[in-house]
Design a protein around this ligand. Structure first.
Ligand code: SF4
Length: 440
């Protein structure tokens, strides 16, 4: 979602005549888009800002303009702290307010001009901040996509009402909001005009999508995907991230009927023990999750599952952890993201007393990651010698082309540029846990 937001902010700034610079040193404006999911997110942002402060001072001493903007969830979580601790920041915008960038940039330029004229003006604290959760959707104000891309992101839903005990998203992104069906389709068509053949639908709870159609009826993700699949030029559809208990029959049937939905689903379970799921405030049981996996496998037998895991959540016992390993074996995940629990300030889990010892968390994470890597390697190795359709959409540093298989595996291929932005059958010659190599 942050990559999508950053792209949108670039589109906004390009509309104002800005272009991207290769390095901060070459830029007239630096925009730091922040993520609060990271551990010690705020400290990392303040340390990045410290570095940018020196750059800003140097540029201003040379008599040049320099605008420093910070956006994203850290701004939302820290609110006025940003301008208090880093008064040299010009613009601070929460993730629901970044469509206001043009207005903010105009305001700051004007303030700087007034400052320059008024010798007595206090040059500090001229920064502007906006962390509103506006009633209007920011999506109504975003410009059309500017850059050519064969593999594009499209945000269809944002925010979350689930309040998992460890997560900051409901506090930083606000409550769930789904974009209307026609708005999504319009953006999909614009992305196609810019060369998109693969669309990645995004949302913090993407499968909770419930946007209205033109008649005012609420529609599900399954319906939306059927409409998107009607666009001929779109060959691949993905969506992320899904909440297990939001997977309804319509989306399962869409997996059965629509070939364009890739046979890969990121369906985070987080932990394999009902005790831990309950403590996390995840609203499903392991049994329900496993039944869902079975249903999806029945609908789409070639589907592969990916997940997120948090180990060492407060109160997690050895038994609970073993149950997580059992789920990994039962589902046979083809990919996963795993982390040890670390408290996020302001979340309910941060104040729980039964925190797990750091050493135990590290041990459990090692065991889990070894198992997950082994599964991922086995899965990747099963492709060696086979031909796989790959959307080659970027160039590597050694001149090779890089793309993704239907299962989101990275593939590196020595190939001419004419294959760029096309889906091409690639013969896989080598596999590691994280990537495949192939030839055409
Ligand atoms: S469902 Fe996802 S985004 Fe929402 S609170 Fe839970 S972890 Fe955070």
């Amino acid at each position: 979602m942050n990559v999508y937001d950053s792209e949108k902010m670039l589109d906004i700034m390009k509309n104002l005549g800005y272009q991207t610079a290769e390095t901060p040193e070459e830029a007239d404006m630096v925009l730091l888009n922040t993520c609060h999911i990271r551990e010690k997110a705020a400290e990392k942002v303040f340390s990045d800002l410290g570095r940018l402060k020196s750059l800003k001072q140097t540029r201003e001493a040379e008599g040049k303009d320099f605008i420093l903007a910070v956006t994203g969830c850290v701004v939302q979580a820290e609110d006025n702290e940003i301008l208090r601790r880093a008064p040299y920041v010009d613009i601070a915008l929460g993730p629901q307010a970044y469509h206001k960038l043009p207005e903010m940039v105009a305001k700051i330029i004007r303030k700087k001009e007034l400052n320059a004229k008024d010798k007595n003006n206090n040059k500090k604290n001229i920064g502007v901040i906006n962390t509103d959760f506006p009633t209007d959707s920011k999506f109504d104000f975003l410009p059309a996509p500017m850059d050519k891309k064969s593999n594009a992101f499209l945000a269809i839903q944002e925010g979350c009402d689930k309040f998992c005990a460890y997560c900051v998203v409901p506090y930083t992104r606000g409550i769930e909001y789904s974009r209307p069906v026609e708005d999504v389709l319009k953006e999909a068509r614009l992305l196609v005009e810019k060369g998109a053949i693969e669309i990645n639908l995004l949302g913090q709870n993407v499968n909770a999508y419930h946007g209205e159609d033109d008649s005012g009826k609420e529609r599900s993700l399954g319906y939306l995907i059927r409409k998107i699949a009607e666009i001929d030029e779109i060959k691949r559809i993905r969506y992320t991230t899904s909440y297990p208990s939001e997977m309804d029959e319509e989306i399962i049937e869409a997996h059965r009927d629509i070939e364009k939905i890739m046979p890969y689903l990121h369906l985070p379970i987080q932990a394999g023990s009902d005790n831990v799921l309950k403590a996390m405030n995840r609203r499903y049981s392991v049994k329900q999750y496993m039944e869902l996996v079975e249903k999806l496998r029945k609908a789409r037998p070639d589907i592969g599952f990916a997940s997120d895991f948090i180990v060492g959540f407060p109160g997690e016992s050895d038994e609970d952890f073993k149950e997580t390993l059992k789920v990994v074996n039962d589902v046979d995940y083809i990919q996963a993201y795993s982390f040890k629990y670390s408290p996020r300030p302001g979340t309910p889990a941060a104040s729980l007393k039964n925190q797990v010892d750091e050493k135990i968390k590290i041990e459990r994470l090692d065991i889990l990651q070894e198992l997950l890597n082994q599964k991922q390697l086995q899965f990747n190795q099963s492709f060696v010698g086979k031909k796989v359709p790959v959307l080659l959409d970027s160039k590597g540093s050694q001149g090779q082309l890089i793309g993704r298989t239907p299962y989101m595996q990275n593939v590196h291929v020595k190939a001419e540029d004419k294959y760029l932005d096309k889906i091409t059958d690639v013969e896989i010659v080598k596999a590691s846990p994280n990537a495949l190599s192939g030839k055409i």
